[in-house]
Design a protein around this ligand. Structure first.
Ligand code: SF4
Length: 251
């Protein structure tokens, strides 16, 4: 069984385009699992972890009407075959496992990848991960591309929680992994450089993206971020889904 995010009463599976990073613009099916082992203060999928009774702050706490989420209302346990059938109904073979933190459920996702490849060998799988968990061999064998997004201090997670040396070393060496960093301000760069140096992450494996949930913030940050990418040989990634849909979910 897979613990999926529940959105509008249904498991969150949708067909869209990859909005950021190495595969930006590629038509893709998104399978969103629930649960996360971090609690980023600006997380835009806080309905996967910001449960009633927890103490984690979120930037939306100041918004009128914002409430933490009742866990039972936002998780749906799904049979793997049912998820596979729903994915297979879309006219697309690029599947993105996302969350929350999908690597908390490696056995279930391994099973899903196997099931889909038994339907068609053309399926290709990417996983969006915060880089705090090392993949097991079976999960690793199924994945074509790791989109690793280590969190910085601006996420409000402690360093001990967000920076896990063993998985980071694994991803730095894996030819299947690329790294995405979300920069909220220019001084976040020092942390990116420190991580790249400590874990020997090659510049061509690094994509920098502006932290933004709206068009205006994107526009302000992309100018200085492009200059940083030019200076260090990093890739720049815009955030297409923010440009097209703003903060709308499930698109
Ligand atoms: S790691 Fe990702 S899903 Fe988890 S809290 Fe941070 S942004 Fe949200």
């Amino acid at each position: 069984m897979l613990k999926m995010a529940r959105l509008n009463g249904r498991p969150e599976i949708f067909y869209s385009i990859q909005g950021e990073g190495k595969s930006i613009g590629v038509p893709s099916i998104f399978v969103r699992s629930s649960l996360c082992n971090l609690h980023c203060i600006w997380c835009d999928t806080d309905y996967t972890w910001n449960w009633v009774g927890t103490r984690f702050p979120h930037v939306h706490d100041v918004l009128p009407g914002y409430r933490k989420f009742q866990k039972k209302d936002w998780i749906v346990e799904c049979d793997i075959r049912a998820v596979a059938d729903e994915v297979a109904a879309f006219p697309c073979k690029n599947v993105i496992l996302t969350g929350g933190e999908p690597m908390l459920q490696q056995p279930a996702f391994t099973n899903l990848m196997r099931t889909l490849r038994s339907i068609s060998i053309d399926y290709r799988f990417e996983v969006e991960t915060n880089g705090t968990l090392k993949p097991g061999p079976e999960f690793d064998a199924g994945i074509d591309q790791y989109n690793v997004s280590p969190k910085l201090e601006n996420s409000n997670n402690t360093r001990k929680l967000r920076e896990r040396p063993v998985p980071l070393r694994f991803f730095a060496k894996s030819p299947k992994a690329n790294f995405k960093f979300v920069l909220a301000a220019e001084n976040d760069l020092a942390e990116v450089l420190e991580l790249a140096g400590t874990y020997q992450i090659a510049a061509e494996k690094i994509w920098l993206m502006p932290e933004a949930t709206g068009w205006e913030a994107l526009q302000e940050k992309r100018h200085w971020l492009v200059e940083i990418c030019k200076q260090y040989g990093f890739r720049y990634s815009d955030r297409l889904h923010v440009q097209i849909w703003g903060s709308k979910k499930g698109v």
